[in-house]
Design a protein around this ligand. Sequence first.
Ligand code: 5RP
Length: 256
Amino acid sequence: MATSSAQLVETSKRLAAYQAVKDYLLPTYTRIGIGSGSTVVYVVEAIAALGPVVTASMTFYPTGAQSEELIEAAGLNLQYINKLAPGDQLDVAFDGADEVDDDLNLIKGGGACLWQEKIVATAAKQFVCVADFRKLSSQLGTSWTKGIPIEVLPMAAPRILGELKHLGSINPKIREGLPGKAGAIVTDNGMWIIDAPFPPLASGKDCNVDEGGSWTVDALADRLIKIPGVAEIGLFYGKNGLQVQSGAQKPVAAYF
Ligand code: 5RP
């Protein structure tokens, strides 16, 4: 029987997740971040498969309601990131991505969990991105064309939409609920998501957008996070003083 493309994708997610856990979850680790999305389901499956002799000494920190349920359903120890003492770090965090460029910059937030995902990622010494083969592209914005997810304060949404258009976003939109559920989706933090498509983003720092060129990942991220009412952006990248000081925002490895 022929393998369907959906089966190939699932196999790719599963293989990537088991390999990432094998390579990056050391038995001595005690604090582990767990991201959100369909790929992370396999990460938790792979961790649970190690058995209680290995996992009993480990505590798992979720990035929202979905990963909280996953951790509990797998019988793993659950703890929240606000219980981490100031200065303490997670040993490693595993998470998925919507798109990954050659420099391991990421677009995240397709599942609307990006704010807590960034908090957990930056609390970790190592951040491991687990993604299937569809997610890799040479420039962010090439394969994930729905736009950069941006978590916003609802009352600021109209002004932020205007500012995003001014910065060159093509038709940014407030993310709506599932079919049959009218209105904006509300995140675990009571915020809304705006999806802001931009032309493909160059990697690196040299940005010539003022001369009609394209944004770089770093320059656009620096600009977006400064818009009043923006809580967090779904660009995960190597340079952002605020986050990088305390941990790793950029993945140390990506698996496809
Ligand atoms: C959720 C995320 C997810 O990690 C991202 O959307 C990838 O999800 P999936 O593994 O289902 O493709 O950022 O906010």
